[in-house]
Unconditional design. Structure first.
Length: 79
């Protein structure tokens, strides 16, 4: 009886860990898509920001959100 219960607990925890991994991967992919779209919309080099986001997702997202748009900065400068 104890072996069956232990096996059941291990199987459940393994399943939850796998589910957590899948959810974390999906969230990471969504962050990368968001980084790419924000950079593109702001006139930044989207592929470069995407590559940076592969390694530093949350930091890259925060930085690209805080950066001003190149389009409005160029228009403001007159160029």
């Amino acid at each position: 009886m104890t072996l069956g219960l232990t096996t059941s607990i291990v199987a459940t925890s393994t399943g939850l860990a796998a589910l957590y991994g899948v959810v974390a991967f999906v969230v990471w992919i969504l962050m990368l898509v968001w980084i790419y779209n924000i950079a593109r919309r702001k006139g930044r080099h989207a592929l470069g920001w995407l590559i940076l986001g592969l390694f530093f997702s949350l930091i890259t997202l925060i930085i690209v959100l805080l950066l001003p748009s190149k389009r409005t900065t160029d228009a403001y400068r007159g160029g």
